[in-house]
Unconditional design. Structure first.
Length: 115
């Protein structure tokens, strides 16, 4: 079953959810802001994305700029930062059993849903 890390206040996330709803595929909505992933779950998502933790951080987010910008962190520290501050996790994320994407581009979502 597909999963979407969803933030209802985000237009791109709402668009992705709408595309999922019309796709006919089964999916689960993960309200990651109120139910953040565990370190293990986030690590699994990163592996499916084939990204380093810093690549999943919303570095223009005020929380990042005010508290973390310009500092060096290990991958483990970045994962803890994202779990503690889930607003920093890029969105929306579409996740299947095999892979994941940052679903900000409509064409990428369409290609992801075809598989």
């Amino acid at each position: 079953m597909l999963q979407i890390f969803h933030n209802n206040r985000c237009g791109k996330s709402r668009k992705c959810l709408s595309m999922l709803e019309t796709s006919g595929k089964e999916f689960e909505i993960i309200p990651y802001l109120t139910t953040p992933p565990t370190a293990e779950e986030l690590q699994e998502v990163l592996e499916k994305l084939n990204l380093n933790p810093i690549d999943l951080v919303r570095q223009k987010e005020k929380t990042w700029i005010d508290n973390f910008k310009g500092k060096d962190f290990t991958d483990e520290e970045l994962i803890k930062i994202m779990i503690t501050n889930p607003i920093l996790i890029e969105r929306p994320l579409l996740i299947s059993e095999e892979k994941a994407i940052i679903a900000r581009d409509e064409e990428n979502i369409i290609n992801f849903l075809k598989k």
